[in-house]
Design a protein around this ligand. Structure first.
Ligand SMILES: Cc1cc2nc3c(=O)[nH]c(=O)nc-3n(C[C@H](O)[C@H](O)[C@H](O)COP(=O)(O)OP(=O)(O)OC[C@H]3O[C@@H](n4cnc5c(N)ncnc54)[C@H](O)[C@@H]3O)c2cc1C
Length: 424
């Protein structure tokens, strides 16, 4: 102790003990049992995000993971990192530490216990078994690189470390401790930053249309169209809420809406209630339904494809009486209806922000990282893993897979650097 502060010399200091920090620590300690590997985390308890993940069940990974499931850094680089520690190896690792996974819809893998706590507990006990030191309540305020290594300051300790891993996450759910300070630490060590926006976040809508629909979930296709870019289409469930829209399809498109706004593009979001249909297919479908039931009224017809409340809200918004007999369907109303069914505009005004986002888009650019080691290309001895990097995955276990894979590569990179230093 000096000046009341703990002074410590460590081989590896891992800043942030979330998913990425924990696996980096475990794999580094497994490779080099003689090292002192210390996790520093500002939170009182580790793993808050693991515990809330997947509705408290933790969607650990996906059966099939590819670079196409991610945005941000170059797909080639992401593919390389995923290939070093793929989903099968992740499942084998979790099995080894006592967590059996099972598959659910869309390839999502969950623990058999259906409890995120069992995932966190297994990681913590493996870290403990490997001799990883964990210091909670140690928010890192600054890191400086000097002759003797990195000098790391927390309110309670000063550490000197040969190597540092930044695994501080992004800005999503800041109350868990991932509030963006990690980006400033990276910047102070020479990195640049790609501006961040929330990702996997519910969207807020203007107007009244959505309010009476709150609680309804339906399968749709969403399209985000932004000037100067290719439209992005996502199929899946949309959940109407009192504030706007949520559900997997909405969470997946939210990052595209935010990125378009960040780039100051004109952006619109439309919903196709007949996923996969274009105008011609929808027209055929509508005509076939009218011929099959010439005495039906509009409400009955729309209810074939839409929840009744959505059908009613649509008819009201279009100014068409819902009891209109289909025999009286004019060409003009038919066109209006088809457009409404395949490209209903959603007046998105914003998202619920980082406090409701599951991920962060943007961060430390991947071209400043060596993908074979996760070593910083601008600060020797520094490594980065997880959400702090400019990589964000779609919904389905992909963000955790990024944490596991990049953490594994960082641990291998640390050992490689050590080998090189020993040889010099
Ligand atoms: C509600 C919710 C549900 C989710 N569900 C899933 C899911 O089911 N499947 C999936 O794949 N992904 C899911 N995600 C995303 C996933 O949780 C993240 O992608 C993942 O946790 C990122 O891991 P990380 O280790 O990079 O960062 P984090 O988990 O954010 O961990 C970063 C750690 O660093 C610490 N820290 C930050 N700054 C400092 C500092 N200056 N000093 C010391 N410590 C610091 C924080 O306290 C935190 O413990 C979900 C996210 C949320 C918010």
């Amino acid at each position: 102790m000096a000046g009341g502060k703990i002074q410590e010399l460590v081989d590896v200091a891992i800043v942030g003990g979330g998913a990425a920090g924990l696996v980096t620590a475990i794999f580094a300690a497994r490779r080099r049992p003689e090292w002192t590997v210390t996790i520093l985390d500002g939170a009182r308890h580790l793993g808050a995000k693991i515990l809330v993940a997947g509705g408290g069940r933790c969607n650990v990974t996906n059966r099939v993971v590819s670079a196409a499931d991610f945005h941000g850094g170059s797909p080639h680089v992401i593919k390389r990192i995923l290939a070093a520690f793929p989903a099968e190896q992740t499942a084998a690792f979790f099995r080894e530490i006592g967590v059996e996974l099972h598959e659910e819809e869309h390839g999502k893998l969950f623990p058999d216990t259906n409890r995120a706590r069992s995932v966190l507990d297994a990681l913590l006990s493996e870290a403990d078994r490997c001799g990883v030191h964990i210091r909670t309540d140690h928010r890192v305020l600054s890191i400086e690189r000097g002759e003797a290594g990195f000098r790391i300051e927390t309110p309670a300790a000063t550490l000197t470390a040969r190597h540092v891993v930044l695994a501080t996450g992004g800005r999503s759910l800041p109350k868990t401790g991932s509030d963006g300070l990690g980006y400033e630490l990276a910047r102070a060590l020479g990195h640049t930053l790609i501006p961040t926006t929330p990702a996997l976040v519910p969207l807020l809508l203007a107007g009244e249309f959505h309010a009476p629909l709150s609680g309804i979930s339906q399968d749709v296709e969403l399209t985000v169209s932004a000037t100067g870019t290719k439209p992005v289409r996502v199929r899946g469930a949309l959940l109407w809420t009192h504030f706007g829209i949520s559900g997997p399809a909405v969470l997946d498109v939210s990052r595209h809406w935010h990125r378009a706004r960040l780039e100051q593009r004109e952006v619109s979001v439309t919903v196709n209630f007949l996923p996969g249909d274009d105008f011609a297919a929808a027209e055929q479908r509508l005509l076939a339904a009218v011929w099959a039931q010439p005495r039906a009224v509009l409400r009955g017809l729309l209810a074939r494809w839409l929840p009744v409340r959505v059908a009613d809200a649509m008819a009201t918004a279009l100014g068409i009486t819902r009891m209109l007999p289909m025999a009286h369907l004019s060409k003009e109303i038919r066109r209006k209806l088809i457009h409404a069914l395949i490209a209903w505009p959603l007046p998105v005004i914003d998202s619920r922000g980082y406090s409701h986002a599951e991920a962060t888009a943007g961060g430390v650019p991947m071209n400043e990282i060596d993908p074979t080691t996760m070593a910083s290309r601008v600060c020797p001895g520094l490594f980065l893993a997880g959400e702090i990097l400019d990589v964000d995955g779609r919904i389905g276990g992909f963000n955790f897979q990024w944490a596991w894979s990049s953490g594994w590569v960082a641990a291998a990179g640390l050992a490689q650097r050590d080998d090189r230093e020993q040889a010099e």
